[in-house]
Design a protein around this ligand. Structure first.
Ligand code: UDP
Ligand code: MN
Length: 562
């Protein structure tokens, strides 16, 4: 009897599961979402597979591959292999140029139906300087394989003065075996900003899409970008960036997320989706508004890009153009969004770089960004990158400042309050001080003792006021951050550690008694023996517990100029 009813229960459960499955498959649950759910069929695409949207690629007329695969390396020293590019380039040479990769998207993405014939098209622009050939080709193949032909007008390769022999004539010949791809070349390396500008000038589609030359796109990467820009040409859109393991070259799900802010040393920084931005979304696959972009990968309307003035041509080879452009987009009437269904895998370099960068130019890019867009907040950048008190040549600003005026761009204060309200600074009053934390009785200052890395122990050292003693002390969020690395915070152990990994990084300042009390442990910062910095039970009468801030705020030091 018991066995019989058990059997019946199993049969019933199986029927219920089958019914749920059928209901899901045939669309009973579809009306609950704002999207039209329909299974995509790929039979119409040349090549017959979802990832062969432009047919079989790279074959010579005799059917042999134009870029044959090499033998896989068996004997190698990984550190050595990583040194030249930051990834295992020789391994790439033996992997297929066309390969299927994991679908890291939210499952709903697969069912969104796009009216491909009525979406804007795009010109994909790859800029490269001495990119490893098979990695560059795999990037191009992935775009051809996974972009619906209606959406892909052309692929423009901008060679930024490379001198790797294969990137010369052999690349020219290989490109003949691919549809829609052409090369333009800069005689001399001019940096990614000018190279991308060249690509945009050459492009002919309504939108352009900038991609790094070591990426692989996932199926469906392009459609959400085009659908979103169709509604509003002032939207600048980014895919969600996943990664490719530098040693195995496996595409992996997970990267920098969809929402980015910045640190005050002008480095982009992943952040949780801000509350006000989350409030605009109703499903997990809706657009995410983001204060900044990572830079390597984005789509914009060509006319809107020129309306915003294009990139700042005074920028050096690499870096910070992403933040400069993000600030400009928001301040001058556009918006910046990430589409979670658009996923692109990027090789983040590890242990090496493909090219050298002349000293000083990244600092120049940062200082230009600060001087043009950050108004009276710019001095923080100057401090954070160690340029305070110096007057480096940052090139002419006039044309950019004129543009800012002509477009009637809003202030940085507006940007912080409206676009990035969850940032660590949204008002000048959030900066309690920027300078030394000083124990006046002993003339000792909190000092990083030349150790500027996570979990380094801080010390107390005779005050001299220079870099190792410069901290950003925040009023609203209450942290004390070494200005040289604003991702680190002073902890109750008197180390500087990743702010987000700790719960003991906030301090109350008791101004009347000059005590700095850790909000978690309730202990006070104190000068210990020798050069030690310690925390102890607070003692109102102990001079070693009394601190002042040497404030470099520009209201009090109006001589901060660019
Ligand atoms: N690049 C370039 N000229 C340069 C430096 C970089 O064309 O002087 C290209 C580079 O080949 C890549 C893109 O710009 O396609 C972005 O650079 P990279 O990927 O090195 O930056 P990362 O992603 O490492 O920040
Ligand atoms: Mn890159």
């Amino acid at each position: 009897m018991a066995r019989l009813s058990m059997k019946r229960m199993v049969v019933r459960a199986a029927i219920i599961v089958a019914l749920i499955f059928a209901a899901y498959k045939y669309g009973l649950f579809q009306s609950k979402t704002p999207f039209t759910y329909e299974r995509r069929t790929f039979k119409d695409y040349k090549g017959g597979a979802p990832w062969r949207m432009h047919g079989i690629l790279g074959l010579r007329p005799d059917g042999t591959p134009g870029f044959p695969r090499a033998e896989c390396p068996t004997n190698y020293n990984m550190a050595e292999e990583l040194r030249s590019n930051g990834f295992f380039a020789r391994l790439s040479d033996c992997l297929p140029l066309d390969r299927n990769i994991t679908d890291g998207r939210h499952k709903s993405c697969r069912f969104v139906q796009y009216d491909l014939d009525n979406l804007p098209d795009t010109s994909v622009i790859f800029v490269f300087y001495n990119e490893h050939p098979s990695v560059l080709l795999r990037s191009i193949h992935s775009v051809l394989n996974r972009t619906p032909p209606q959406l892909l007008k052309e692929i423009i390769l901008v060679d930024d003065g490379s001198d790797l022999p294969w990137l010369g004539q052999p690349l020219e010949e290989y490109v003949q075996l691919l549809p829609k791809v052409r090369i333009v070349r800069n005689e001399k390396r001019s940096g990614l900003v000018k190279a991308r500008l060249r690509g945009v000038e050459e492009s002919t589609a309504q939108t352009f899409t900038v991609l790094d030359s070591h990426i692989e796109v996932e199926e469906g990467w392009c459609e959400p970008l085009m659908a979103r820009i169709k509604g509003d040409r002032t939207r600048v859109l980014m895919p969600q960036i996943d990664s490719i393991n530098q040693e195995t070259l496996d595409p992996v799900v997970g990267g920098i997320g969809c929402s980015l802010g910045f640190l005050w040393n002008l480095i982009e920084h992943s952040i949780p989706i801000q509350k006000k931005d989350q409030a605009l979304r109703t499903t997990a696959i809706d657009a995410v508004r983001s204060p900044t972009m990572a830079g390597g990968l984005f789509t914009a309307d060509r006319e809107f890009f020129w309306h915003l003035g294009g990139y700042d041509t005074e920028f050096g080879f690499w870096g910070t153009e992403n933040l400069e452009f993000s600030f400009r987009i928001w301040q001058c009437g556009g918006s910046l969004e990430c589409m979670p269904c658009s996923r692109i895998h990027h090789i983040f370099r590890k242990g090496g770089h493909a090219y050298s960068l002349p000293p000083g130019h990244v600092a120049k890019n940062k200082l230009r960004t600060a001087a043009i867009w950050m108004d009276d907040y710019g001095f923080i950048v100057k401090e954070a990158i160690g340029a305070a008190g110096k007057q480096p040549d940052i090139g002419p600003l006039d044309h950019m400042l004129e543009l800012k005026q002509q477009l009637q761009c809003k202030s940085f204060d507006w940007y912080l309050k409206n676009v990035y309200p969850e940032g660590i600074i949204t008002d000048l009053s959030d900066i309690r001080a920027l300078g030394t934390v000083k124990n006046t009785a002993n003339n000792m200052c909190v000092d990083n003792m030349q150790h500027m890395y996570a979990d380094a122990k801080m010390g107390a050292y005779a005050c001299h006021g220079h870099g190792s003693q410069t901290f950003l002390i925040l009023a609203r969020t209450k942290e004390i951050r070494p200005v040289g690395n604003l991702e680190l915070c002073l902890t109750s152990d008197t180390t500087i550690s990743w702010c987000e990994s700790r719960h003991d990084v906030t301090w109350d300042y008791d101004q009347a008694n000059m005590l700095l009390k850790n909000t978690k442990t309730q202990k006070c910062l104190a000068v210990g023996d020798g050069n030690n910095l310690v925390t102890e039970d607070c003692d109102l009468h102990n001079d070693r517990h009394k601190w002042t801030f040497d404030d470099k705020h520009p209201d009090k030091h109006p001589a901060v100029h660019f």
